[in-house]
Design a binder for this molecule. Structure first.
Ligand SMILES: [Zn+2]
Ligand SMILES: [Zn+2]
Length: 351
């Protein structure tokens, strides 16, 4: 490899596996910052993207996948400031327009202008599954001194998205309340830890896999339930007949959403996070009165800073399986089949 090129995991065709390719190493211009990637997490949404037919996503191919990145600042554009070469950082990959009302309020994740186009690194723009990642601005970097990039990378989506979702229900998470976590994968195992860290709610976790239920227990779940054949009555037998005050569905298929709707308490929060292709119908008789249905996406840059603070304090830690870039396809294969415990993370320098 020459000094001006780098290896990257590129999506070149829809409904195809990505390929590891040699591409030009980007040079930061203007306010851009070049990050040397220490680790990049694999997300189930990468699989949704690569499996999608043309037109399903508003992205132009090719681009580099990867929207969970930790590393070090390698170079700054002439107009960049706020970080220095060598700084350990994690990257917020949901890049907003920076100018709409939502972005002005720090809500890049709800940016009004990038909703229907490329909206971040690994999401239509070149992402972190590469040796280097070009970030539009230091605004999207959160200092992460002292954090190992492998467990740090999943902080930027798996932990951030879980944290944002849980924080939206903070008022419900009072002592004596119950939070039900559906799906203990990359996000769910972080959600259990986040709920433990920011609330005193009782946490009940549900998954089809025994290993995931064990992971939930070690992450702090007070009780676990096996998903196969699980009914809302079974859930209520565990959480109490009133139901769960907060249900966080990290799977989002029709079965989990039906379980969520049948398990949430009257006046509770049902939060639809997983993109499992399911639909939730909202009508009297289908979900309880006074309940709130939310469909959050990502979190904000300030929330990522809060997540990093939780990780630095030791309150949350991502379980990670480490792969080299050449093993990325087998790692995606394991993720597709539900065989990854916690998060699969690629370390570009590991090959
Ligand atoms: Zn993701
Ligand atoms: Zn915006």
């Amino acid at each position: 490899m020459s000094a001006t090129t780098m290896r990257a995991v590129r999506l070149t065709e829809w409904q195809s596996d990505p390929v590891v390719a040699e591409v030009p190493r980007p040079e930061p211009r203007g306010s851009e910052v070049l990050v040397e990637v220490g680790a990049a997490g694999l997300c189930r949404s990468d699989i949704h993207i690569m499996s999608a037919p043309p037109g399903a996503y508003p992205y132009t191919l090719p681009f580099t996948l990867g929207h969970e990145t930790a590393g070090r600042v390698a170079a700054l554009g002439p107009g960049a400031s706020g970080v220095e070469v060598g700084d350990a950082v994690v990257v917020y990959s949901r890049w907003g327009c920076g100018a709409c009302w939502q972005c002005a309020n720090g809500r890049d994740n709800a940016c009004a202008r990038t909703q229907y186009g490329p909206h971040g690194g690994g999401l239509g723009r070149d992402g972190g599954l590469a040796e280097y990642l070009l970030v539009p601005s230091a605004h999207y970097l959160v200092p992460a001194p002292g954090l190992d990039p492998v467990p740090a990378a999943p902080l930027t989506d798996a932990a951030l998205t879980s944290y944002h979702a849980a924080k939206l229900s903070l008022a419900q998470l009072r002592p004596g309340s119950t939070a039900l976590v559906l799906g203990v994968g990359g996000l769910g195992h972080m959600a259990v830890q986040v709920l433990k860290a920011i609330s005193s709610a009782r946490i009940v976790a549900v998954d089809v896999r025994d290993a995931a239920l064990e992971l939930a227990r070690s992450a702090g779940a007070d009780a676990v339930l096996r998903a196969d054949g699980l009914t809302p009555d079974d859930v209520r037998a565990e959480v109490g007949s009133d139901g769960a005050n907060v249900v966080l569905d990290f799977v989002g298929n029709n079965a989990t959403l039906a379980l969520a709707a049948g398990s949430v308490a009257q006046g509770g929060d049902l939060t639809f996070v997983g993109r499992g292709g399911g639909e939730l119908r909202v009508a009297p008789g289908l979900i309880p009165y006074e309940s709130t249905v939310r469909m959050p996406t990502w979190g904000t840059v300030p929330e990522l800073a809060e997540v990093v603070a939780l990780a630095r304090s030791g309150a949350i830690h991502s379980e990670a399986e480490v792969y080299g870039m050449d093993d990325v396809l087998s790692a995606y294969g394991k993720l597709r089949h539900g065989d990854v415990l916690g998060r699969a993370v690629v370390v570009p320098g590991r090959d």
